[in-house]
Design a protein around this ligand. Structure first.
Ligand code: TRP
Ligand code: ZN
Length: 470
């Protein structure tokens, strides 16, 4: 689809002259197209090359009755090369206009790529602003493993957005790969009677004409786009604060309120426990969003406020909270590095259990090795089917070995280096890559440097070994 951006009204001869003149004054920029993907080994078209986003400003107006979203995305980015054009990822919806640095830009769409050609090329290092106006009915996607993600309508008449690994492109245009983190301001405008919840801190709640309310959510810390969320529904909201002052905001689907109350009351305690174990909580706010259970088949560690399909268990809340350090603050460089998220969050559950009257991590580890389901139900799962650092394909990035064998990699390190060095390693890792990105190779190098021990056997057998380690 080509847009109706104003064509520059310059005669061809004159245009040539202008180009020559500006060449003489040195103001012409020679750009080339930015890449349509960042060559992720599992999702090669995810993300885009040639720029890094600094900030997303999303103004989203949602009409739940019609399922229609009306959006304006203002994306502030820095060019990492001279750009004649660049791509944004967007799935479905209709693009109504694109402006770059305030000027109408040409654009076209193929598949999930929105290609933008600014009126003037962008210079390497230049910070530029792109405004995309768009609208339509956002649609959920099916992942390679069959689960749903993206914009999902819920049985309460609302909707919830979850984006791991690529679903965020169903509700806003962006650089949808975890290697490009940015800050966000997300304003959701919905009819009265609906709450609208997103990541970060609620800055304002403003009445708008026509019986609508605008909820302005602010995220000053960098966020990978797969962790962005929006939840619209008749939620019951509670607010509080942890002992050390982190704001807690929970939004719970009314029918799940009774069953969620006890576990959500422990969120402040869990935040403090995580800070004690992994170092300072990485964000200004914490919380939870409990959506109607039919909406999705899994929980997600959406930044500051994980999404749960119905009332969660204590282990699940602890798992998603642990992701705030491992996944959200320290984000994977590529989708191949998923065990750095899931292995760590699973191991956090083991640590929590061992400090709260459950089995020790050593007992859990042994249960997996022996297939003893009396200690851990998952112990007879296919936890050893592939190496956690090399899932066979995109449908395996959330497979059991990524979680359980990933956790066992950490336990093997602990066996080798002892509790004190192991604790320091977890804290050091979270601190070293706070609000950044890291790969498996970054971790193995860091672990050996920090502990001063060779861990080659652990990497070879547990992390990368194709054979079952037992
Ligand atoms: N990250 C989620 C969790 O907390 C699980 C999950 C949902 C997932 N969608 C995914 C993991 C896609 C990898 C890829 O466990
Ligand atoms: Zn997880």
């Amino acid at each position: 689809m080509e847009n109706r951006a104003p064509v520059r009204l310059v005669a061809p001869g004159l245009a040539v002259l202008l180009v020559l003149l500006s060449g003489c004054t040195g103001s012409t920029v020679q750009g080339r197209p930015g890449a349509a993907g960042v060559r992720d080994p599992y999702f090669p078209k995810a993300g885009n090359g040639g720029y890094q986003v600094e900030h997303y400003g999303l103004e989203l107006d949602y009409d739940p009755a019609r399922g229609v979203l009306d959006g304006t995305a203002v994306i502030t980015a820095r060019a990492t090369q001279g750009l004649s054009s660049f791509n944004l990822d967007l799935s479905g919806l209709r693009v109504d206009s694109v402006r770059v640095q305030g000027e109408g830009a040409r654009y076209n769409r193929t598949g999930n790529e929105l290609t933008v050609r600014p009126a003037e090329d962008l210079e390497k290092g230049e910070v530029f602003s792109t405004e995309v106006r768009y609208s339509g009915r956002p649609k959920a996607l099916s992942d390679p493993d069959g689960s749903k993600e993206g914009w999902i309508t819920t049985s309460d008449g609302g909707a919830v957005a979850v984006g791991e690994p690529v679903g965020s492109m169903t509700w806003f245009p962006g650089n949808h790969h975890p290697s490009d983190k940015a800050t966000y301001d997300i304003t959701l405008t919905v009819p009265d009677g609906f709450e609208a919840v997103s990541n970060g801190e609620l800055r304002s709640r403003t009445q708008r004409p026509g019986g609508r309310t605008a909820f302005a959510w602010h995220n000053p810390e960098p966020m990978a786009s797969y962790l962005a969320t929006a939840a619209i529904g008749p939620y019951k909201v509670s607010t509080g604060r942890t002992p050390s002052g982190v704001g807690v905001y929970t939004a719970v689907s009314p029918r799940e309120a009774g069953a969620s109350a006890e576990v959500l009351a422990r969120v402040p305690e869990m935040v403090e426990w995580g800070a004690g174990r992994f170092g300072p909580y990485p964000f200004g706010t914490a919380g939870a969003i409990v959506v109607p259970p039919q909406a999705l088949g899994y929980a997600l560690e959406t930044q500051t406020k994980p999404v749960y399909p119905g009332a969660p268990t204590e282990e699940l809340v602890l798992h998603e909270l642990a992701h705030q350090w491992f996944g959200d603050s320290v984000s994977p460089k590529s989708w191949k590095d998923m065990w750095l998220n899931e292995g760590f969050a699973t191991y956090a559950e083991w640590l929590w259990a061992e400090e709260h009257g459950g089995p020790t991590a050593e007992e859990r580890f042994r249960a997996f090795v022996d297939g003893d389901t009396s200690v851990d139900e998952a112990a007879d799962s296919d936890w050893d089917a592939f190496p956690p650092a090399a899932p066979p394909g995109p449908d395996d990035i959330s497979g059991n070995p990524v979680y359980y064998r990933g956790a066992m990699v950490l336990h093997r390190i602990r066996q080798e280096v002892g509790d004190a060095k192991f604790s320091a390693l977890l804290r050091g890792w979270a601190a070293d890559h706070r609000h950044g990105n890291a790969s498996t190779a970054d971790f193995t190098a860091y672990a050996e440097e920090k502990t001063g021990q060779s861990l080659k056997q652990v990497w070879d057998v547990w992390l990368y070994g194709e054979e079952s380690p037992v």
